[in-house]
Ligand binder design. Structure first.
Ligand code: ZN
Length: 185
């Protein structure tokens, strides 16, 4: 990541909105944002294969679900946060992965400029391909600040996206099972 370019860009933004970039509160802002971007956009440097390569053989082909995975991402249209929960289920082929790796996969795709629809599909594709799963289903629900803080201003409204692959695509029964398991508290 080019920290200098980010700093120059933030300075221009501040000047553009009519701010005094030398006043005390803003003096270090370009630098702070550049350092923050290292973290919130670190997903560009990571591949899902890095976290999903550690697998265990397991003969059980039952659905595994991890729900309520909190994520924070940035919308690529406005560079404003969208954040919420990811719910993931997969049906293993012959390989299962440590549960924490599902959350780390979400993180890799969240920490980029994104649109929610694409992120949902990327998570599903990664779990399908890297684990040779029989099926994957991903649901993301998120609040987009670009929608709730400006424009239509509907605080608390959530966008829900869904991606199905493999057996989840074919079987309505499996999709229903996903939603049943999601209900269990
Ligand atoms: Zn947006």
């Amino acid at each position: 990541m080019d920290q200098e370019k980010i700093k120059r860009g933030v300075e221009l933004l501040l000047e553009g909105i009519g701010e005094d970039i030398d006043r005390e509160g803003l003096k270090d802002t370009p630098d702070r944002i550049a350092r923050m971007y290292e973290e919130i956009f670190e997903g560009y440097d990571k591949k899902p294969s890095e976290v999903l390569s550690r697998v265990f053989s397991f003969p059980n082909h039952e659905m595994v679900m991890e729900k309520d995975i909190t994520f924070y991402s940035m919308c690529e249209h406005h560079m404003m946060p969208f954040y919420g929960k990811a719910h993931i289920a997969y049906i293993p082929g012959d390989k299962v992965v440590g549960i924490s790796k599902l959350a780390r996969t979400v993180e890799i795709f969240a920490r980029r400029l994104q649109i929610q629809e694409r992120m949902t599909g990327q998570i599903a594709d990664a779990l399908m391909e890297e684990l040779s799963s029989e099926g994957v289903m991903v649901v993301l629900e998120a609040e987009h600040l670009c929608m709730t803080m400006r424009g239509v201003k509907k605080p608390g409204s959530r966008t829900v996206t869904i991606a199905t692959r493999g057996s989840f695509e074919e079987s309505e029964q499996l999709r229903n099972r996903f939603f049943q398991m999601l209900e269990i508290r």
